[in-house]
Design a protein around this ligand. Structure first.
Ligand code: CA
Length: 229
């Protein structure tokens, strides 16, 4: 999976075309026809990127982008604005509102995917297929393989995703709620203590190579992945 993209566009034909093209390119797509539907989608699962149409019913894309920037859940989610307009003023207005990029209709799928990739590389490295390495621990998303000290580690699928998330978001404290959203996906009902069970399994798998010390418990807050000792 290359990343979760929320498409907010009121024109059904364009929305479906985008959903199809991005799904074929390996993205996990969610669609919304207006701001209310988009809010409901976001509450169910925070996307890695939002594609936002300039003109929506009831609220302009620019105002909606501003709102997403102010909300805690979406403040760091990159936004690419879609628009039929091409005037420089509008472009500046769009970027001022907190959008990260801007693409003018009509555009090619190839161009759109290139823009999406550029944003995700910056903000969601866990959604890319790049190999990550931290202090002798290597995770390769394309082969689903984790190696440490030359040996292959035996990890379950959830532990693999958990470790991938940790390695691409190091040195930060993640609450159990955040981990459930980003690793399990927000629309699955899982109790928070389930996180602790998988953390325990992950630590056990990392013990032989000594990397278990990287998974730190932060009392009252959650977990942190740190190679700083
Ligand atoms: Ca529209």
């Amino acid at each position: 999976m290359r990343g979760k993209i929320l498409i907010v566009e009121d024109e059904a034909a364009i929305r479906e075309m985008l959903g199809l093209a991005l799904s074929q390119a390996g993205y996990d797509c969610m669609e919304a026809a207006d701001a209310d539907a988009a809010n409901a989608r976001i509450l169910a699962q925070v996307p890695d990127l939002v594609l936002l149409d300039w003109m929506l019913p009831g609220i302009s894309g620019v105002d909606y982008a501003r709102r997403l920037r102010r909300q805690k859940l979406t403040e760091h989610v990159p936004i690419i604005m879609l628009t039929a307009r091409s005037e420089e003023d509008d472009k500046i207005k769009g970027l001022d509102s907190g959008a990260d990029d801007y693409i003018t209709k009509p555009f090619s799928t190839g161009e759109l995917i290139a823009r999406i990739k550029a944003q995700l590389r910056r903000t969601a490295p866990h959604a890319t297929e790049q190999t990550v390495e931290v202090d002798g621990l290597t995770l390769d998303p394309s082969t689903h393989r984790v190696t440490a000290k030359g040996g292959i580690l035996d990890l379950g699928p959830t532990e693999f995703r958990l470790l991938h998330f940790f390695m691409t978001h190091p040195e930060r404290v993640h609450s159990r709620e955040r981990l459930l959203n980003d690793v399990w996906g927000g629309n699955v009902y899982v109790e928070e203590r389930t996180v602790d069970v998988h953390i325990r399994r992950l630590r056990k798998a990392l013990t032989a190579s000594g990397h278990d010390r990287f998974i730190q418990t932060v009392r009252g807050a959650g977990y942190r992945f740190s190679a700083q000792g």
